[in-house]
Design a protein around this ligand. Structure first.
Ligand SMILES: *Cc1c(COP(=O)(O)O)cnc(C)c1O
Length: 397
C-alpha cells in the first residue's frame, strides 16, 4: 500500500487546480500589464482570481497581494509592520517560540537591526495564553505575529481573542495562516486580523504561489522592487497559471470545508487513538484545539529518522517534524518549546492528512507504526537503558 501522509509539507494538486492551470498555460500567456488583448485577457483572469481569494478570507480584493510563497508573505508582512512601527518610534515585536522559520528568521534579522522581540512561551498544550500576551504588550509594541495553525503539532491558537486584544491595544496583528487556509474557517473581519500569509501548495495548488492579505488602512510598501504589478507593491510579472490554480483550489477547499473537516478529523482521531496504545508514546499538542489533519507523536527510545526510513520502505510518507528541519539532526524547536527533553523530541513522528486519504490507509498506518516502533526499540541501546528502570511493556503477561 502507498500512503501519502505528509500534507503539512505539501499537498498533491487538486483536479480543480489543474483544470484551472492547464488552459491558462495554453491560452493565457499574455502579460497582464500589456495593453493588447492577450494582456487584457490575462489581467481579467487575475482580477477574478483576486476576487476569489478575497472572498474566501472575507476581505476586499484590494487587500490581496499575490506573492511567490508563504515564506515571502511572512517576510514581507513582518518587515513592513516593523518599518511602519519604527517610523513611530515603536520597535518592539511580540511573537512566540513555535513559529515557522519564515517568521523566526525574519524576526532574528529585525533583532540584528535593533528591534526587540518578545517570544511568548507556549504551554505544554502548544498554545499561547492571551493574558500573557496582554501582559507583554508595551507602549512601543508595533506588531504581534502569532501563527494560526502550527505546522508540526497542529495546534490552533486563539486567533480571534488575540486579534481582539491587538485591536483594542492598537497593535498590528499578523498571522501565518499557511496551515489554516483551506483547512479551517478563516475570516479576517471576525478574527480581527490585520495581515495574513497563505500559501497555495498547502491546499492543493501548485508550489510557488502565495498571497498576503493586508488591511486597507495599512500603508504597505513594496518588498520586491520592480514594476507596477500588484498595485505597485510587488514587482515581477504575475504567475498567472499558478495564481489561477491557487484561487480555484482555495475556492474548492472553502466550499467543501465542513465535509472535509469532518472526514479528516475522523481519520486523525482514529490515528491518535491507535497510536496512543503504543507503550511510552505521547501525542503532542492540545487535544481540543487542533487542526483536522495534523497528528504529532513522540515514541520514547527511538530515533525519528529511523522510523521515517522504515515507514518509507512500507510505503508510508510521513515526517519527523517540519520538512524544513528534516535533514538537520537538531530536534524540532517546536517540540523542545513544549518542554520535551531532547531524547524524547528525537523520537517524533508527524502524520498529516487531507481529504484524499482514506480510512483503509489509517488502518494500514496503525498496523505498520506499532510494529516498526517495536522493532526499532529492540535495536535501541536507549530503550535497553530505559528497561533498567521500568517494566518491559512488551513482555507477555
Ligand atoms: C509551509 C509553511 C510556510 C512556508 O510556505 P512556503 O509557501 O512553502 O514558503 C510558512 N509557514 C507555515 C506554517 C508553513 O507550514
Amino acid at each position: 500500500m502507498f500512503v501519502y501522509a505528509d500534507n503539512a509539507a505539501t499537498t498533491a494538486m487538486s483536479k480543480a487546480a489543474i483544470d484551472a492551470m492547464l488552459p491558462a498555460m495554453h491560452e493565457l500567456y499574455g502579460n497582464p500589464s500589456s495593453l493588447h488583448q492577450k494582456g487584457r485577457e490575462a489581467n481579467y483572469a487575475l482580477i477574478g482570481a483576486r476576487e476569489t481569494v478575497a472572498k474566501c478570507l472575507n476581505a476586499d480584493p484590494k487587500e490581496i497581494y499575490f506573492t511567490g510563497s508563504g515564506t515571502e508573505s511572512d517576510n514581507w508582512a513582518i518587515t513592513e509592520a516593523a518599518r511602519l512601527g519604527a517610523e513611530k518610534g515603536k520597535k518592539h515585536i511580540i511573537s512566540d517560540t513555535i513559529e515557522h522559520h519564515a517568521v523566526l528568521h525574519t524576526l532574528a534579522r529585525l533583532e540584528r537591526q535593533g528591534f526587540e522581540v518578545t517570544y511568548l512561551p507556549v504551554h505544554e498544550d502548544g498554545l499561547v495564553r492571551v493574558d500573557e500576551l496582554a501582559a507583554a504588550i508595551r507602549p512601543d509594541t508595533c506588531l504581534v505575529t502569532i501563527m494560526f495553525v502550527n505546522n508540526e503539532i497542529g495546534t490552533i491558537q486563539p486567533i480571534r481573542e488575540i486579534g481582539a486584544l491587538c485591536r483594542e491595544r492598537g497593535v498590528l496583528f499578523h498571522t501565518d495562516a499557511v496551515q489554516a487556509m483551506g483547512h479551517v474557517p478563516v475570516d479576517v473581519e471576525a478574527d480581527n486580523i490585520d495581515m495574513l500569509s497563505l500559501s497555495g501548495h498547502k491546499f492543493h495548488a501548485p508550489k510557488g504561489a502565495g498571497a498576503l492579505y493586508c488591511r486597507k488602512s495599512i500603508r504597505l510598501r513594496n518588498f520586491i522592487e520592480g514594476g507596477a504589478q500588484e498595485r505597485g507593491r510587488r514587482g515581477g510579472t504575475e504567475a498567472i497559471p499558478s495564481i489561477l490554480a491557487m484561487a480555484a483550489a482555495l475556492e474548492e477547499s472553502c466550499a467543501h470545508m465542513e465535509e472535509n473537516m469532518a472526514k479528516v478529523t475522523a481519520m486523525r482521531d482514529k490515528l491518535i487513538d491507535g497510536l496512543s496504545r503504543i507503550p511510552r508514546a505521547r501525542c503532542n499538542g492540545s487535544a481540543g484545539h487542533r487542526a483536522p489533519g495534523i497528528v504529532s507523536f513522540c515514541f520514547e527510545g527511538i530515533e525519528g529518522e529511523s522510523l521515517l526510513l522504515r515507514l518509507d520502505l512500507a510505503g508510508i510518507c510521513a515526517s519527523s517534524g517540519s520538512a524544513c528541519t528534516s535533514g538537520s539532526l537538531d530536534p524540532s524547536h517546536v517540540l523542545l518549546a513544549l518542554g520535551l527533553p531532547h531524547e524524547i523530541a528525537h523520537g517524533s513522528l508527524r502524520l498529516s492528512l487531507c481529504e484524499y486519504n482514506t480510512m483503509e490507509e489509517m488502518d494500514y498506518i496503525l498496523q505498520q507504526v506499532p510494529e516498526v516502533v517495536r522493532t526499532l526499540r529492540q535495536m535501541s541501546p536507549v530503550w535497553y537503558r530505559m528497561l533498567e528502570t521500568m517494566e518491559d511493556p512488551y513482555k507477555q503477561a
